[in-house]
Design a protein around this ligand. Structure first.
Ligand SMILES: Nc1ncnc2c1ncn2[C@@H]1O[C@H](COP(=O)(O)OP(=O)(O)OP(=O)(O)O)[C@@H](O)[C@H]1O
Ligand SMILES: [Mg+2]
Length: 281
């Protein structure tokens, strides 16, 4: 699916250095492919030519120091910001993602740290917000309850007492679960999570990590932003390190350990001893 197949680059892209061999062959397992993405806020260049590939059905962790550009990158993919230059491909097709609606039409669901759930509404209401089932112009509560329950149990979310519970009364981990369940119900093929465990305790973190594994086992790709390297090494298949708006290192998680990840986060370069070639900032 493509929003604008004919559009291969943004106008501001003209005159940029080209190195596109790496994205030419992305039809295989690559779901999302980002090339030379630039985003400026006035004089601040938050993204300075980001290249990133997110394979289908895998967990890709995006790590980097404060201000590296992680949130800006996912907001650009989620349709909140339009990039100033660069290209995004979805399943091999060039796309423009100009609004969150465009992103969700492609199958990209983003779970922001503040989650954007309505505390005063219950779980079912939150999961169907804006997409309620109706019958004879009345809400079809039974159908929505049934689907909400099925989705939560499919994701092995068992700690929620009642799906008619107000979301404001849930724990942080349970709120994450509701937000992810909502994404799954929208047939997401990629779920992006910005610091999902930052405010969570040990048990709730374990629950969210399990949820991420469940998404992967359903063939859904996850792009996980996290400062917690324990979480990252626990669930990620691939790692990408962002440093001052550029990808400093990227590859299978097996190519990294905590030390080399921290090294890339803090220096923006990959250790020479690494197996793969480095892509320095
Ligand atoms: N709306 C905005 N207006 C102006 N500058 C912004 C805006 N959003 C982000 N920036 C700047 O862009 C850069 C990247 O910020 P971003 O929030 O993407 O970093 P981050 O990697 O998510 O950091 P953190 O780990 O602290 O969440 C920073 O220098 C930040 O000040
Ligand atoms: Mg951020």
């Amino acid at each position: 699916m493509s929003l604008s197949p004919g559009n291969t680059a943004w106008p501001a892209n003209a005159g940029q250095a080209v190195g596109s061999e790496d994205i030419a062959s992305d039809a295989g397992g690559v779901l999302l492919s980002i090339a030379r993405l630039v985003k400026r806020f006035g004089a601040v260049e938050a993204l300075s030519g980001v290249d990133l590939e997110v394979p289908a059905g895998q967990v890709t962790a995006l790590i980097g120091d404060n201000g590296a550009g992680k949130s800006t990158l996912i907001k650009t993919v989620s349709g909140i910001w339009e990039p100033d230059a660069g290209q995004i491909r979805w399943a091999g097709e060039p796309v423009r993602i100009r609004s969150p609606k465009d992103a969700s039409a492609l199958g990209i669901a983003t779970v922001y740290q503040d989650l954007a759930l309505c505390d005063n509404l219950d779980i079912v209401q939150n999961m169907f917000l804006g997409r309620e089932y109706t019958e004879y112009r009345l809400l079809d509560e039974t159908k929505m309850e049934r689907e909400a329950k099925a989705t939560l149990s499919d994701l092995s979310v068992t700690t929620v007492r009642s799906i008619r519970q107000a979301v404001g009364s849930l724990s942080g981990g349970q709120r994450q679960a509701v937000a992810v369940a909502r994404a799954v119900m929208q047939n997401a093929r990629l779920v992006i999570m910005d610091e999902p465990t930052a405010a969570l305790g040990v048990a709730q973190t374990a629950m969210v990590l399990e949820l991420i594994r469940t998404l992967r086992s359903r063939g859904i790709a996850v792009l996980l932003i996290s400062h917690n390297l324990n979480d990252v090494f626990a669930v990620a298949d691939r790692l990408a390190v962002l440093y001052l708006g550029r990808i400093a290192a990227a590859g299978p998680v097996s190519e990294f350990d905590t030390q080399s990840a921290v090294y890339a986060i803090t220096t923006g370069t990959r250790r020479e001893s690494s197996a793969e070639h480095s892509e320095t900032a």
